[in-house]
Write a protein that binds this ligand. Sequence first.
Ligand SMILES: [Zn+2]
Length: 379
Amino acid sequence: MQKQYFELDPHGDVLLTLRRPDHLDFARSARRAERDILVATPEVDSNVHESVQSGKPTASMDDPNASDNVKKVQFLLSSRHLSLASPVFDAMLSGCWKESTVLDERPRKIARRENRDTSDSELQVRHEISATEWNTEALLLLMNIIHGRHRKLPDDLHPETLAHFGILVDYYKCHEITEIFARRWIHKNKFYLPTTYSSFTTLWIFISWVFSDAAIFEEMTEQGIKESQGPVNAMFLPLPPAVSDAIEEKRASSLQRIIRHVDKIREALIKGEVHRSCGDGCSTMLLGTLIKAMHEHGISESQLLNSRPCPSLMQIKQTLLGFRTPTWYNPSDYRQRSAGHSCSVKSLLEPGIDGILKNLKGLKLNDYRVQQEDEVPKV
Ligand SMILES: [Zn+2]
């Protein structure tokens, strides 16, 4: 068994044991999401999912024989600091949670065995609490903040670590004490936000949601709506379903609006309502081009929504505006140049599609960020 030990309070009365640390790997989750998007039934690592969503140990960790063979990290902490910083720790240390054990009710030797120096009879560990699979670096950051060891905090934080930190802040409900540090780390990163959709977009949606940064939340959700190829994968982050559902609803409804716009143009060409001055030849040529290209590229609502991966809205725009109008000469138009008649499918579709995408904004944080800081998750 490998063990790491961090002493946040030399006179601490709480021993927090983190079992199976650093289990959630965002890069691995992103690769799995990319693979799952290609198949109809995604494989889900239910252990990771349940653990991160609930913060509780997974089934394998409930097996005492299994836990003896895995790495664990221990933190010597102050119950007073923990209780003041977090209503969740407060509830744990009040003895209401199964994660907590009051050692006064157990043989003294157990308390000593768990500590760094078993010969130190002065240690007054009264509580054992446990956690599973959290990121070690993020948990150490949180404990340094809670215990006032702010000089140990870095000036900058990688978005992945910031997301791990956000998971802990969200779970232990310690937004207030971490707020000033989180804002500093977010500010350091805000000039390096992803400019195209990737797993980092999801990380930033989660980070901005936990730490209530409305501008980044709106920008990153807009990126998800416009550029994701199907529903945004939460990568086992405890993002509220209301947020991921809203992103998907906006993506799907915008796709429907684009298809309706294309259908409207097609109907107008059939009825001869556009480019009347060019004569029937122009609208007939454009209608044929549009129908043929839509068939070739599978541009229909049902085909697009059911395809794996589903093209993103930006990819659909690119496809539609890439429809090539054949060179054609209108016999009645003496002004046309050698390039042929100037009307094109692109010039018909572009204003409407641009209008739909220009007016498509991300989510407003206040619509989804309910006051959850005071809520204590149920165990
Ligand atoms: Zn024309």
